[in-house]
Design a protein around this ligand. Structure first.
Ligand SMILES: Nc1ncnc2c1ncn2[C@@H]1O[C@H](COP(=O)(O)OP(=O)(O)O)[C@@H](O)[C@H]1O
Ligand SMILES: [Mg+2]
Length: 308
């Protein structure tokens, strides 16, 4: 049986500027992971800003073509340019949830119009009763209802409600995989857990796998089955979430954990909401070599700390 998703040694290189003296950015390097069809899970990608998380997400969504390696979904290579019908069938199965729900929805368009057009586009529905049922069904899955959302403009909903509505829209085509790129970072801290819990419900009750992209270790710890930690395009450590976050091995993973653990809460296991992680990138950490499998089931890249 083929995997749900199989990412094999994928890289993305951007060349900017002219042919000569241009700058090369390896946004993602040699990333591999696979998700199984028969075991829905929340797979988390953690990394500070610029580590390549969104680039990886865009490649999975078929919005960017990898410069190296291959991504297969249900055994077939994901192609950026493909026949329209194939692309549509793929998009129904793999749906995105973006960071800022206020950007995902036009302020001038009623939220239910988005749900309506998604139902028409992906489910081919024309009958009003059927469209309403599809919209309401998806909204119920995220703890909302059509009555609450109908006729409302984005600014009439809270950030948390709007992100729920965005997830409901993504659920209409009955996807098997959600790619959620920092879905809670623009949502009020008090509402974050409800969104994060929702991802868990989608996994448990509807069998949807989620690639959860974040820089927040607290929510990652709470919901992830497995995770990978990225630094400057490189996967530095990967494995069962609790194992890695309880006792990170790679120096960067340790640094990441140390930087968000509030010393005042030490011993209580309380993780603070992520602080600015930018400063971490100042550390001269050179990742060399391959990911090495540890007996406990994680993969750790060999690294050296280099005096800067
Ligand atoms: N379209 C692009 N053109 C050139 N460079 C890009 C492009 N997209 C991303 N990058 C670069 O790739 C790196 C990773 O970016 P990104 O994937 O957005 O990271 P993250 O989502 O973890 O913040 C950054 O250095 C970024 O500047
Ligand atoms: Mg990003």
């Amino acid at each position: 049986m083929s995997d749900l998703l199989d990412i094999s040694h994928v890289g993305k290189r951007y060349a900017m500027g002219g042919l000569f003296g241009g700058k090369i950015v390896d946004a993602v390097q040699d990333a591999s992971l696979s998700l199984r069809l028969d075991r829905p899970e929340i797979f988390t990608v953690i990394g500070e800003s610029g580590s390549g998380k969104t680039t990886l997400a865009r490649m999975i969504l078929g919005l960017e073509t990898p410069t190296s390696g291959e991504i297969r979904f249900l055994g077939k290579t994901i192609r950026h340019h493909g026949a329209r019908a194939k692309r549509q069938a793929f998009m129904a199965k793999v749906q995105p949830v973006f960071q800022n729900p206020f950007e995902a929805f036009s302020p001038l368009k009623r939220v239910d119009r988005y749900l309506d057009s998604t139902a028409r586009q992906f489910l081919g529905l024309r009958d009003w009763d059927e469209i309403n049922a599809a919209m309401d069904g998806a909204l119920q899955k995220v703890g909302l209802s059509l009555t609450e959302v109908r006729g409302r403009y984005p600014h009439e909903l809270s950030g948390g409600q709007l992100q729920r509505a965005a997830i409901a829209r993504a659920l209409i085509p009955n996807p098997v995989l959600l790619i959620a790129d920092e879905p809670v970072s623009m949502v009020d801290a008090s509402l974050r857990m409800s969104i994060v819990n929702l991802l868990r419900t989608l996994r448990d009750e509807f069998g949807v796998s989620v690639i959860y992209i974040t820089h927040d270790l607290a929510t990652a710890y709470y919901i992830s089955d497995r995770l990978m930690i990225m630094q400057k395009g490189m996967v530095v450590e990967m494995g069962p979430a609790r194992l890695v976050l309880d006792a990170p091995e790679h120096p960067y993973s340790r640094l990441l954990k140390a930087s968000v653990l509030d010393p005042a809460d030490a011993g209580h296991g309380q993780l603070e909401p992520a602080r600015d992680l930018m400063e971490l990138s100042q550390v001269a950490l050179v990742n060399r070599g391959q990911l090495i499998a540890r007996p406990d089931g994680r993969l750790v890249r060999s690294a050296e700390l280099v005096a800067s």
